[in-house]
Structures are given as structure tokens and as C-alpha cells.
Design a protein around this ligand. Structure first.
Ligand code: C5P
Length: 239
């Protein structure tokens, strides 16, 4: 993975709006994330187009199914040559191992296998939801640390977690194990549906490997300016 990626979530309903947004972002090659909404609407062709424009691609489809189904699906996804894909750690160790097997099988010889990371607990999940809806008695941090441990043992390259759990994972994992954190907001931004949020500066101080930013940029009146400001904070550049 490139040094400390800043990943932009392209949560748009279709290709037209996605390309309009990217045109506003100028010529720079970006690290972008395609999620469920855009992928279901446009299918694999949008991935090829985005890669052709020189962008790096995180395909965020959060697979969670029986091991064999995840293995076969990952085999197909590897054929799209994303830089990174993901699964839900809640699918368990065997499912995560199967994901890696599928990616290995689907990656062309001579190409790098896409990185595979595991979602621990969604950044929209609150501690009270964990206890009262999911009936998980452990704390958020204990749950996330356990999922991260399982993910690392299963051969995952890292996890998706909130900034608040990233430092604990960083201290308990190998140095190459990635923490990719959504739920990133500027200090005065609205939270929308996110609960466990932090700003880019805090993410940098908490040893996060990569941040994922969606609405703080995509819904901004000036997305390029919002991106530059947040990227500077992430990289610790004061202007
Ligand atoms: O707009 P916002 O910055 O909240 O977008 C966050 C992005 O990260 C969304 O695309 C969401 O699907 C994704 N994500 C998340 N929490 C996770 C995993 C992925 O918010 N645990």
C-alpha cells in the first residue's frame, strides 16, 4: 500500500455523478473507494474506467457469507484488479481464510494480489447498539481488538475500524497490519449516520494507516478545497 493513503469514498448513485465529481478534483491520481451503491448501479465497467484514469481502487463490498461463497466471489473480484477489497470479520476465521484463497486463485500471475482487510465493527455502530441490539457484552474496544486478532491470524492485511480503536490494534499487531478508518469528519462537520468519528489530525496521531472520507468532501460546496485541507491535516502539513 502507498504510504498513508487518503481514500475518497465515491458514494454516488451513478457514473455520471461520479465523473462530474472527479472532474472537479483536477488531474491528480486519487485513491478512491467504490462501494455498494455505485457498484450495484454500474457493475464492473466503472472499475475499469476508474483504474484507466490512473486512480487506485478500494472495492468496498464487505463480503459476509459462507466460506465457499466468499472464496468464489473473491476469485471474481480479483479479476477486476482492485488494489484492496474487504470482508466482515464477523464471518469468522475460515471465511476470512477462504477470501484470501479466492483472491490468490483469481489474481493473474505476475500481478499483485489485492490487499484484503476485514471490517471489525461499523463506525456507525454505537456501544449501546453493541450491547442492546447485538447482545455483545464485551466493550467496543475488546470486540474490535478480538476481530482484529482473528483477522491477522486469518492472513488479512488489516482491518477497518474507527480511529478510536486503531492505536490499540497498532500496538498489538505486526507493523505491516493496516488500520483503515472511516468515520472521518472535520471538527465542525455534521456526523450524518456515523457515531465513532474523528478528524484527520487525530487519525494521524493515533497511528492510523489510511483514512476514508466520503461526505465531508463529496457534499462540500468546494470538494477540491475540502480534500486539500483534510489531506494537509492528515499529512501534518501546516499552511
Ligand atoms: O460519508 P462518510 O465519510 O461517512 O463515508 C464513509 C464511507 O466508509 C462509506 O462509504 C461507508 O460505507 C464506509 N464504511 C464505514 N464504516 C465501516 C466501513 C466502511 O463508514 N466500518
Amino acid at each position: 500500500m502507498i504510504e498513508k493513503p487518503f481514500i475518497i469514498a465515491l458514494d454516488f448513485p451513478n457514473k455520471k455523478e461520479t465523473m462530474e465529481f472527479l472532474n472537479k478534483m483536477g488531474p491528480e491520481s486519487l485513491y478512491i473507494k467504490v462501494g455498494l451503491e455505485l457498484f450495484y448501479q454500474e457493475g464492473p465497467s466503472i472499475l475499469y474506467e476508474l483504474k484507466e484514469k490512473g486512480h487506485r481502487l478500494f472495492l468496498d463490498l464487505k463480503l459476509h457469507d459462507i466460506p465457499n461463497t466468499v472464496m468464489q466471489a473473491m476469485r471474481r473480484l480479483a479479476g477486476f484488479s482492485p488494489d484492496m477489497v474487504n470482508v466482515h470479520a464477523a464471518g469468522g476465521k475460515r471465511m476470512m481464510e477462504a477470501a484470501i484463497e479466492g483472491l490468490d486463485a483469481g489474481t493473474c500471475s505476475g500481478s499483485d494480489r489485492p490487499l484484503c482487510i476485514a471490517v471489525t465493527q461499523l463506525t456507525s455502530t454505537s456501544p449501546s447498539q453493541l450491547k442492546n441490539e447485538l447482545l455483545i457484552e464485551k466493550t467496543m474496544e475488546q470486540t474490535v481488538l478480538q476481530y482484529a486478532r482473528l483477522a491477522e491470524e486469518s492472513g488479512m492485511n488489516g482491518v477497518v475500524c474507527s480511529v478510536h480503536e486503531a492505536d490499540g490494534i497498532y500496538r498489538r499487531s505486526s507493523s505491516s497490519f493496516l488500520t483503515v478508518t472511516p468515520g472521518i469528519r472535520q471538527k465542525d462537520d455534521t456526523l450524518n449516520d456515523q457515531i465513532r468519528v474523528a478528524d484527520p489530525e487525530t487519525a494521524r496521531r493515533k497511528n492510523v494507516s489510511a483514512i476514508v472520507v466520503g461526505r465531508s468532501i463529496t457534499k462540500s460546496a468546494d470538494p477540491l478545497e475540502a480534500y486539500k485541507q483534510m489531506k494537509n491535516q492528515w499529512e501534518g502539513i501546516t499552511v
